[in-house]
Design a protein. Sequence first.
Length: 295
Amino acid sequence: MRSKSPEETVADAAPADGSGEGRPVRGRAATAKTASKPRPKATKPKPAAKFAGAIGRKPPRPVDAETRREIFRRLAAADPDPRSDLEYTNPFTLLVAVVLSAQATDAGVNKATRGLFPVADTPAAMLALGEEGVRERIKTIGLFNAKAKNVIALSRILVEEHGGAVPADRSVLETLPGVGRKTAAVVMNVAFGEPTLAVDTHIFRVSHRIPLAYGRDTDAIEAALTPLVPEPYRRNAHHWLILHGRYVCKARKPECWRCAVADLCRFPDKTPVPSPGKGRPRTAPTIEPEEDPSP
C-alpha cells in the first residue's frame, strides 16, 4: 500500500466543507500552525508591584508633601553642609574622580587618585602623563584599563574643544567618554552648584523604602523625585539622600534605630536596636534598580 504524501495527509485532516474543523493536524503541518500563533507580550510589573514582591506585602503609598518637607528639614539639620566622599581639587579632578567611581567605592577611588592628581590635575597634565601613566596609578580600581582610556580621551576633548575647562553644561558633559547621565549630574551639582539629583543605588533604595517615589530604574527615580524635593533643599538633596543610604539606610541591615526620619518612614521592616550578645540584626528586604547605568 502506497504511503500518503504530506500534502494528502493535510488534505485528509481538513473537512470537505472547508470550515477548518476536522481531525487534529499532526507532524510538521501542526508545528507550523502552532508556531504561527503570536505569543502574548510579557509585561513588566509596575515599580510598586515589584517592590511588593521584594518586601512580601503591599507597598506603602509615598509620603505626602508635608512629610517630605519634614524629612529633608531633618536631614539638613543633621548635616547642614554635606560634602561628597570623593576627594578632588577642582572641576576637572572631580570629573575624573566620578568617572573612576563607576562600579567602585569612593574610598578605593580616593586611594588611587592620591597618587594621580598631584601629577595631573588639569586636562593638559593628564594628557602629558599618558594612558599608561594613568593606568599604572589607577590599577587598584575595577575596569582600570577602560577608565584610563576614557580619562585620556575626555582630557583630549577638553583641551582641544573647551580650552582645557570643564563645561558647565550637562548635555555637553554627557558627550564626553566615560561620562553618563549620573556622572554629569554629580559634576553639575558639586562643581557648579546646580540643583541636580544624581540617583544611584543608594538613593534608589532610600526612595523606595521611605517611600518618596517609585521607579523601575535610577533614571525613572530621578524623573519622579526631582520635582518632589522642596525648593529650599534641592541644592543638597543629592548629598543628603546618598549619604543617608550609604551610612544609615543600608541595603542589607538598615540602622533604623538611629535614623533621623524613622518615625516618618513607612518601611514596614524596620530593624530594632541590636541587643548585646544576641547577634546582628536580621537582613531587611530591599529592592535594587533593574539597571544601574554606569557611570
